[in-house]
Write a protein that binds this ligand. Sequence first.
Ligand SMILES: NC(=O)c1ccc[n+]([C@@H]2O[C@H](COP(=O)([O-])OP(=O)(O)OC[C@H]3O[C@@H](n4cnc5c(N)ncnc54)[C@H](OP(=O)(O)O)[C@@H]3O)[C@@H](O)[C@H]2O)c1
Length: 246
Amino acid sequence: MKVAIVTGASSGLGREFVKQIAEKYSKLDEIWVVARRENLLEELKNEIGDKIKIFAYDLADNYEELESSNPDVKILVNAAGYGKVGNFSEGNYDEETGMVDINCRALTAITYMVIPHMSKKSKIINFASAAAFLPQPSFAVYAATKAYVLSFSRALGMELKDRGISVTAVCPGPVKTGFFDVADPDKKTPLYKKIMMAKPGKVVQKAINDSAVGNELSVYGVKMNVFRVLSRILPHRWLMKLSTKM
Ligand SMILES: NC(=O)c1ccc[n+]([C@@H]2O[C@H](COP(=O)([O-])OP(=O)(O)OC[C@H]3O[C@@H](n4cnc5c(N)ncnc54)[C@H](OP(=O)(O)O)[C@@H]3O)[C@@H](O)[C@H]2O)c1
């Protein structure tokens, strides 16, 4: 049985991934969707059909259940994740440490459990972020977790190359999803981020195309590609000061 697994499938980029995968990969028998909000996963199932198999879990403490059958996993999309804007020392303990649990630990655990079920031409797509390119004051833990995802994905891609399994780290800038409702309920997100918001459909389309040709990185849009280059050549201290002022 050929399956795709998508975490963070209840909203935003994960949800968009499920829709585009269902359209583009008609040979998949099932798409396993993971998130806490079961009602939103049910809605997705009603929209897409019986191919959708729901796993309504909190990834902070429950992912072993995914191991319930022995599928041939052709696509794994790790999209579950969240960020919290604000100074680390003033933040909530559970929210700050929870970012590490979901963005890093759960992603690592699921990937570890799924790889033995993957075959040649299978694909892993991990959501990092453009935040991975540069430390971000007032978004410190989030940016650090995404730097982990980017580093992990690139190294894993090299390890799995001979097995014919590709790993793509998706590094978008700000995207118009529910992400900022969680990250910034007090609406402190800087104006420049709001202006730069990309459409989820476009980001996912590029990620699928990049993964199809085995690219290790997927960076949507000219601005984020410029940002990536700048973050490689300019001193990070300058860029951090600039972003703090903005
Ligand atoms: N939007 C952006 O600007 C942006 C930019 C760069 C990278 N990203 C990354 O892209 C990925 C998707 O984000 P998004 O923009 O689509 O945000 P979103 O709309 O808020 O979606 C986040 C998803 O993660 C799931 N999730 C969060 N905590 C979970 C937990 N404890 N257990 C299980 N599922 C959990 C949520 O489902 P439930 O709440 O139903 O559990 C939801 O489906 C994230 O990794 C994010 O860091 C986003």
